[in-house]
Design a binder for this molecule. Structure first.
Ligand SMILES: Cc1cc2nc3c(=O)[nH]c(=O)nc-3n(C[C@H](O)[C@H](O)[C@H](O)COP(=O)(O)OP(=O)(O)OC[C@H]3O[C@@H](n4cnc5c(N)ncnc54)[C@H](O)[C@@H]3O)c2cc1C
Ligand code: SF4
Length: 333
């Protein structure tokens, strides 16, 4: 049985107290929300904080405010179950509920939060193993070792960004609010993730994720398609988020030209990948089958999965084409 290492557990009641506590704990401190990612990682000794600071009693992080007209703020500690069941999110931002519904299992979604999901550790077959297994291969660059077993000549870690909500947040243009003893800052989801499996976030360890700000709906639509081995529960090994905004005018969406579009690939690299060539294939024309095929081809060319999660990588690359087609077909009027 894998046991948690010893740690001090703190439960602040205000944001000011939370950021002060992590500031005092220094590099040995780490926030925890539902713990569905952090605690298994601690059991495997991948992450070993000495002070664990819960964010679940911070009232401001447990609220959902606003609506599709003005934009919504979702507190970082709102659970995935609450997001899936929230009437306003289902009405105005159905893609968020759709993607959240595919995450882990009902019990884990009762504990797991949106903030924890957006800050999920990167994943790799050589890393997501217990301590003895990792010791058996002399560890790896990401933790305790000095070689990357996926690309032994590489000085970079290629562990994969594996959250289902990350590509969706980037596609729809969400923003994240961070707080620390130095003050607050707001950062675009699109600029929040580094292409590095070790240093995968632009967030400093002492910063608290306070809330996620979704833009007003303004007529855009978005969809998400996830590839995984088991339908019941599994991390994504490819996720495609598609976003489309049509030009305003009369007639059905099928006849209207696309004014703005984004295709984001998740689950295949250390950070989400924006396929600008796919957007260019869509913008300025109606969303026809030809346009969808052109965008899907661009996604196929850009997708370069590595051999460090599930399925054969060449097949996952081909699936980038198919899943982009499915995601865009959902957005036709
Ligand atoms: C069996 C299993 C299956 C899973 N399947 C999926 C899946 O299909 N898709 C998927 O996306 N995820 C999956 N997960 C991962 C995880 O359950 C979810 O991503 C969940 O949403 C994580 O939220 P949490 O609150 O439990 O995070 P935690 O474990 O509490 O935290 C995760 C990280 O975020 C940090 N953190 C949390 N909140 C804050 C905050 N407010 N400010 C600063 N830092 C913070 C923590 O320090 C930690 O680094 C799975 C996990 C398991 C165990
Ligand atoms: S990509 Fe390389 S360094 Fe990163 S976790 Fe995997 S084996 Fe380790």
């Amino acid at each position: 049985m894998m046991r948690l290492p010893k740690f001090e557990y703190r439960v602040p009641r205000t944001i000011a107290e939370a950021v002060k506590t992590i500031g005092e704990a220094g590099p040995e401190g780490q926030f925890v929300a539902g713990g569905t990612d952090l605690y298994p990682n601690m059991k495997r000794r991948q992450q070993t904080p000495r002070t664990v600071i819960s964010v679940m009693r911070l009232q401001e992080l447990n609220q959902i405010t606003g609506d599709g007209k003005s934009g919504i703020r979702i507190g970082a500690s709102v659970t995935l179950t609450d997001i899936i069941e929230h009437p306003l999110i289902n009405r105005d931002y159905p893609v968020i509920a759709q993607a959240a519904r595919t995450i882990s299992t009902p019990i884990l979604r009762n504990m797991g939060t949106i903030g924890g999901n957006l800050l999920l550790d990167t994943r790799c077959n050589y890393y997501d193993q217990n301590y003895e297994w990792r010791k058996g291969i002399n560890f790896c660059l990401k933790k305790d070792g000095d070689v990357c077993w996926v690309a032994p000549g590489s000085s970079k870690c290629w562990a994969v960004q594996s959250s289902d909500l990350v590509p969706v947040m980037v596609a729809i243009g969400a923003k994240f609010r961070l707080a620390s003893t130095l003050g607050d800052r707001v950062i675009d989801a699109a600029g929040f993730y580094n292409d590095d499996g070790i240093d995968y976030l632009k967030k400093r360890p002492d910063e608290l994720l306070v809330d996620i700000q979704l833009p007003p709906t303004n007529g855009w639509r978005a969809s998400y398609q996830k590839l995984r081995r088991r339908g019941a529960f599994d991390f994504p090994v490819l996720g495609v988020a598609a976003y489309v905004r049509y030009r305003t005018g009369s007639g059905s969406d099928r006849a209207l030209a696309v004014e703005d579009a984004r295709i984001i690939l998740g689950g295949i690299a250390p950070s989400p990948i924006e396929v600008n060539e796919a957007a260019q294939a869509l913008i300025g024309k109606p969303l026809t089958e030809d346009q969808i095929q052109a965008a899907a081809e661009a996604a196929y060319i850009k997708a370069r999965p590595l051999d460090n999660t599930d399925f054969v990588m060449n097949w996952r690359k081909q699936m980038a084409r198919q899943y982009t087609i499915r995601a865009l077909q959902q957005l036709r009027g």
